[in-house]
Design a protein around this ligand. Structure first.
Ligand SMILES: Cc1cc2nc3c(=O)[nH]c(=O)nc-3n(C[C@H](O)[C@H](O)[C@H](O)COP(=O)(O)OP(=O)(O)OC[C@H]3O[C@@H](n4cnc5c(N)ncnc54)[C@H](O)[C@@H]3O)c2cc1C
Length: 455
């Protein structure tokens, strides 16, 4: 083990410093199996104090650190690039009692979303963010990426759920603001700053999280539509007429074909349609009548209504297994963008145009959280200039008033896109914050900003 390894072992115990190549390998891949660079070692502290000790050792040694939660991130931010210490939060798994009167719970960074949901639901409360990777994604990773998911239009993204935070700065200083009150204007908002910072400003160790009511009564309908435009109009109707609206997910024909083939699911309708919207309403009383009545005011061409929990699970399987099915196509370009409603159909038409101009074999599949305008698009089999196409479609996104990164973050994979989306003055403020909190630049170098060239 290196001198740094020995120092880290004194902090966390030798069994939690993983230097062996085979053991380390698990920390050098992402959930899809994509390989990063070779880490110097992986370390698994078991408390905030140990996280602080690890960061102190690394900053004294001038060694970079890659924080890691559940490793479900899709932008490469938790993958080592080569020579860093991977700091895994997997052992920080404590959850506090549910504070029913204040609708709050405190959880350590390594608690998974599924565990958090199981913990709070028996008290009649729920967590406001939900996503398909719930069994592995952690509180710390979700804060660091400002995760969005399927209820963002109803409850906001992760940033809106964090009422207090504890985090460790690059030099080992612990910052803590866990008051939990809604109105807290006593200075800069640390939770807001760290949400979406992708492990570049501090390592999140604990958070005080807002809870929302848990609605047991649910109604789910899969709707077939003749166009994406019709899907956008449907959203407007649902938002106006269904106060219990909880999720509005959209996908296209190709995404449905891919998931049916890869997960052996039956086709939900006898014929294909250009767009599908999966709608769920959740309330204390059964919201099915409310939902079905609202659908009468839309251009729905066909629909499948789930009558019970098993039926709802069957409908959700199409949507939740889609990212994996699309990932298997190894897309040449992938977009995670957010658009105003008026821009969604424009963007989809632009993709169709791209496919018409490409050689046979090119394909595209898209899905999204329609409720907040977030689209995920994969295009594969491109013969033309990928970089030019990516730039053109992202510039279109920006010109439509959208964002080039909706919920997966910038990571290492989208660093080149940031100047297309943010003004130079914005970027300068971001870099000044980074320098103030991490002057040596040891926290996740290469994420959000290009890594400094090594001297
Ligand atoms: C099937 C599937 C579906 C998904 N659906 C959604 C979705 O609907 N919405 C959505 O937003 N995302 C979605 N994701 C992406 C992913 O689940 C989220 O980005 C999630 O927030 C990542 O959490 P994690 O714990 O896995 O973080 P990781 O992947 O481990 O890390 C992600 C980033 O956060 C940093 N980080 C991790 N922990 C900490 C910490 N404690 N302190 C500081 N920095 C830290 C890492 O360095 C990295 O930059 C999906 C992923 C999969 C595989």
């Amino acid at each position: 083990m290196t001198g740094l390894g020995d120092r880290l072992a004194a902090v966390v115990g030798a069994e939690h410093v993983l230097a062996d190549e085979d053991v380390r390998a698990a920390y050098e891949h992402d959930w899809k199996g994509t390989r990063g660079g070779a880490a110097l070692l992986a370390v698994r502290p078991g408390s905030t104090g140990e996280v602080a000790g690890v960061l102190r050792c690394c900053s004294e040694a001038g060694v970079a650190v890659v924080p890691r939660g559940g490793n479900t991130g899709l932008a490469g931010g938790a993958l080592p690039r080569g020579g860093e210490v991977v700091l895994s939060l997997e052992r920080l798994r404590a959850v506090g009692p549910v504070e029913v009167a204040d609708a709050l719970v405190e959880a350590e960074a390594g608690v998974t979303l599924a565990r958090l949901q199981e913990h709070v639901r028996p008290e009649g409360l729920d967590f406001g963010v939900d996503l398909g990777a719930r069994d592995a994604a952690t509180v710390g990773g979700m804060i660091a990426t400002n995760a969005g998911g399927i209820h963002a239009f109803r409850h906001g993204t992760m940033r809106a759920q964090v009422r207090g935070i504890e985090a460790v700065l690059a030099d080992g200083t612990v910052v803590r603001r866990l008051t939990g009150v809604l109105k807290d204007n006593a200075g800069y908002d640390l939770p807001g700053l760290l949400a979406g910072s992708e492990g570049t400003l501090a390592v999140v160790t604990r958070a005080r999280l807002r809870l929302v009511p848990f609605h047991r009564a649910r109604a789910t309908v899969l709707v077939a539509l003749a166009s994406v435009d019709a899907g956008v109009r449907l959203l407007g109707v649902l938002l106006a007429r269904v106060p219990a609206l909880d999720a509005v997910e959209i996908f296209g024909t190709r995404a449905l074909e891919l998931v049916c083939a890869s997960a052996c699911l039956p086709r939900p309708f006898p014929r294909p349609y250009p767009a599908y919207v999966l709608v769920e309403a959740a309330a204390h009383d059964d919201p099915l009548d409310q939902l079905v009545a609202a659908l009468d005011h839309t251009d729905a061409v066909d629909s499948v209504v789930a009558a019970d929990a098993a039926g709802r699970e069957r409908l959700w399987a199409y949507r939740e297994l889609m990212p994996e099915a699309m990932g298997r196509q190894a897309p040449s370009v992938h977009f995670d963008i957010c658009l105003p409603r008026s821009g969604i159909a424009v963007f989809e038409k632009a993709i169709q145009q791209v496919l018409r101009s490409e050689a046979a074999g090119a394909g595209a599949a898209w899905l999204g959280h329609l409720g907040d305008g977030n689209l995920h698009v994969g295009i594969w089999g491109l013969a033309g200039d990928r970089a030019a196409l990516e730039r053109r479609l992202l510039q279109l996104t920006v010109s439509l008033g959208g964002s080039v990164s909706a919920e997966h973050g910038v990571g290492t994979r989208k660093v080149h896109m940031l100047p297309w989306a943010r003004e130079p003055a914005d970027l300068a403020v971001m870099q000044a914050l980074k320098r103030a909190l991490d002057p040596q630049g040891i926290l996740n170098p290469g994420v959000l900003f290009p890594a400094a060239p090594s001297s």
